[in-house]
Design a protein around this ligand. Structure first.
Ligand SMILES: Cc1cc2nc3c(=O)[nH]c(=O)nc-3n(C[C@H](O)[C@H](O)[C@H](O)COP(=O)(O)O)c2cc1C
Length: 406
């Protein structure tokens, strides 16, 4: 098996190679949550880089609840179809795929954006995050059903506008992940309690989307291998959820991990053995791969062509997920596909001051700055200074918006 081999998904769609761009929030929508020409410019660079599957940054399904001020939103009554079509046209209909990542943040929407967030239960994020995020209101059953409809509606619009698939954001502590976690979901009705009940929300979201887009349209999910938080979603539960979704017919499961409370997704080592190996979640993904029929994508930490090839050859995954490496070098996939045994230049970012590193989510703001550069049609600047990212973010969105983690 090689990185250049195609992959046929359960729905029959074919991905042209084994490399995928994982979602990275662009946070550059125009007023009214509209994706302007900057989106086309940035994604054009990724399309030129030949990554087989390109997943958009998270697109929100409800403009009342956003993760960041400038997220794209798809919801009823919002007239941004033409702009979405312009964006999807970047792949010119294939063979590369562009999928929309759909998300509802639940309680992970900052105070300055949402006064009263919603969640499965009225439980705040743990300190010190409770200072930046308001305590959520518990969702009523009617509201849960409405959110499920919103996921289905946004998927229908994504298909109509020419995207080749959708991905449910089921990871990183957002709403789907909150339903799955026994520390965030304390409901006593059919949406909480046992893992069977806690996974009802995500399985209903999947079924509603499938009903709307039909059997031939790819639907994926980004799922935590675990929350890595005491009392949260466990690895054993993640295996059960993956199995259930695979049985229902999902086309792709991307494995990640963590949440705002435990942000391991961008590389805080989980175990010593992970430090030595490249990919943070590979050993967890291996357990999941054993029990599902659908392909598995793993994201987080892949840096060398040698290691990616090895993981693929060993059948540890079906798709290699890349985020920051493609933000530093949008042509990274093309070089890997040409057989170059290259290594990504991604390295841990620091301002040189521990206190500043704690205050600012450098991994997010520095890479977001690179995406915005790409939005202007420019190649990323790997030598850009972290201070310019801090200043630009404060200048553009104000101090409040950077006090958060992903
Ligand atoms: C700037 C930035 C924005 C991100 N936005 C999202 C997002 O919208 N949705 C998501 O699922 N993950 C998001 N992530 C996480 C990445 O998809 C990925 O899981 C993580 O960066 C680890 O992969 P890497 O080591 O290849 O960068 C983001 C990461 C970065 C750096």
């Amino acid at each position: 098996m090689k990185l250049s081999n195609s992959l046929t998904l359960p729905c029959g769609s074919i991905l042209p190679n084994r490399l995928a761009k994982s979602a990275m929030s662009e946070n550059m929508a125009k007023k009214g949550n509209i994706p302007g020409p900057e989106f086309y410019n940035a994604y054009k660079l990724w399309v030129q880089g030949e990554t087989g599957l390109i997943i958009t940054g998270n697109v929100m399904i409800d403009s009342r609840y956003k993760g960041e001020p400038n997220n794209v939103v798809i919801e009823q009554g919002l007239d941004n179809k033409q702009e979405l079509k312009n964006w999807s046209q970047v792949t010119k209909g294939g063979p590369l795929h562009l999928w929309v990542q759909l998300n509802h943040p639940g309680k992970q929407t900052p105070k300055f954006l949402t006064k009263e967030p919603v969640a499965p239960s009225a439980i705040s994020l743990a300190p010190p995050l409770d200072r930046m995020f308001n305590c959520p209101k518990e969702l009523s059953e009617q509201e849960i059903l409405e959110i499920i409809d919103r996921f289905a509606f946004a998927s229908k619009v994504s298909k109509e506008c020419g995207f080749q698939g959708v991905q449910i954001h089921g990871a990183h502590g957002y709403l789907v992940s909150q339903f799955l976690s026994s520390s965030h979901n304390k409901r006593e009705d059919q949406w909480g309690g046992s893992i069977k009940n806690r996974m009802r929300f995500v399985t209903e979201v999947y079924k509603a989307i499938r009903k709307e887009v039909g059997p031939k349209f790819p639907i994926g999910i980004k799922l935590n291998s675990a929350d890595f938080n005491k009392g949260g979603f466990t690895h054993e539960e993640s295996i059960l959820v993956a199995k259930a979704l695979s049985t229902l017919g999902i086309d792709l499961i991307e494995i990640s991990g963590g949440s705002y409370e435990k942000p391991v997704m961008t590389g805080i080592p989980i175990k010593d053995s992970t430090k030595k190996r490249e990919a943070y979640f590979l050993e967890y993904a291996r357990d999941i791969k054993k029990v599902v029929q659908c392909p598995i994508m793993v994201t987080g930490g892949f840096r060398t062509g040698r290691f990616m090839n090895e993981a693929l050859l060993n059948n540890e995954l079906d798709l290699v997920g890349l985020a920051r490496p493609l933000c530093l070098n949008p042509n990274f996939s093309k070089q890997l596909l040409n057989g170059e045994l290259i290594e990504s230049q991604v390295h841990p970012l620091t301002s040189g001051f521990k206190m500043l590193d704690k205050l600012f989510p450098l991994e997010i703001i520095w890479y977001t700055m690179q995406i915005k550069r790409m939005g202007k049609g420019k190649m990323p600047n790997p030598n850009a200074n972290v201070y310019s990212a801090i200043l630009k973010t404060v200048f553009e969105t104000g101090m409040e918006s950077i006090k958060r983690v992903r």
